[in-house]
Design a protein around this ligand. Structure first.
Ligand code: 6PG
Length: 256
């Protein structure tokens, strides 16, 4: 089985080339005039290069910066100035260099005293600000995601309660393997996006990407389902943007 008609696999020579391919894809998602755009940013380390490219020539000139509202797909339970903060990484690499106005930056407050309540409040903010799609769920114009070696995406980790959430849009999720709480968007919200783009680079991701892009998708090395593989069933545009190292074990049939 090849990739579904709503999927595309883009392979860059290296991490920089993959980030450039992602910029091209993102730029087309921002096409069109007038209306505001709503984007959910990925965390972790991979997107830093992408964000730095987006905030520099030539891409900085092609994005409607003042019309985009920026949200986060997930956040660690740390302060916004913490080295591990997904907010801090995006602020430094993308939002500060492009001077995005503060009323367009919607930080996910996972450091709040009551993380469960913070998730509910962030969900309400999204419901108020992000226009609904055909399903009635707020539909981001673009959701950026990464993949962990265990197949997690956002903070939807294998064997965690958030995987089974079918109603809420943003929840607190305890991750035993990290012994840490996270805030994360859930599958219903992420799947409602008009465009989903995974950026995955590095040899450490080769095994999990081969499993996710197999036909049908396979389980992770621990035999558990890969949360990111659930997006193989998404009914929206899904781009898998990899570098050659991360794509090394992906079957040739998946590349057609
Ligand atoms: C996070 C991310 C997470 C990330 C993957 C990949 O907060 O950690 O949202 O889902 O995308 O863990 O992380 P790297 O890009 O650092 O490999």
């Amino acid at each position: 089985m090849f990739l579904r008609s709503n999927e595309r696999l883009l392979i860059g020579r290296d991490a920089a080339d993959a980030a450039r391919l992602a910029c091209e894809r993102i730029s087309s998602a921002f096409d069109g005039t007038g209306d505001e755009r709503f984007v959910a940013l990925a965390g972790g380390s991979t997107p830093k290069l992408l964000y730095s490219l987006l905030s520099a020539p030539p891409w900085v000139a092609s994005s409607p910066w003042q019309r985009i509202h920026w949200f986060w797909g997930d956040e660690r339970q740390v302060a916004p100035d913490h080295p591990e903060s997904n907010y801090r990484m995006a602020w430094e690499a993308l939002l500060s260099p492009t001077q995005v106005s503060s009323d367009h930056i919607h930080r996910m407050p996972a450091d709040a005293a009551d993380i469960g309540r913070a998730g509910l409040e962030y969900e309400r903010l999204i419901q108020e600000r992000v226009p609904p799609g055909p399903s009635g769920i707020p539909a981001f114009d673009l959701v950026l995601l990464g993949v962990g070696p265990d197949g997690h995406t956002a903070s939807l980790f294998p064997d965690t309660p958030a995987l089974d959430e079918s109603q809420r849009l943003v929840v607190a999720n305890f991750v035993p393997r990290l012994a840490a709480w996270r805030l994360t968007m859930t599958f219903p919200l992420l799947m409602a996006a008009r465009e989903i783009l995974f950026l995955v680079t590095g040899a450490a991701k080769a095994e999990i990407m081969a499993r996710i892009l197999a036909s049908p998708p396979g389980p992770g090395a621990d035999g558990k389902p890969c949360p990111a593989a659930r997006f193989r069933e998404a009914n929206t545009s899904v781009s898998w943007v990899l570098d050659a190292d991360a794509a090394r074990l992906v079957a040739p049939t998946a590349r057609l």
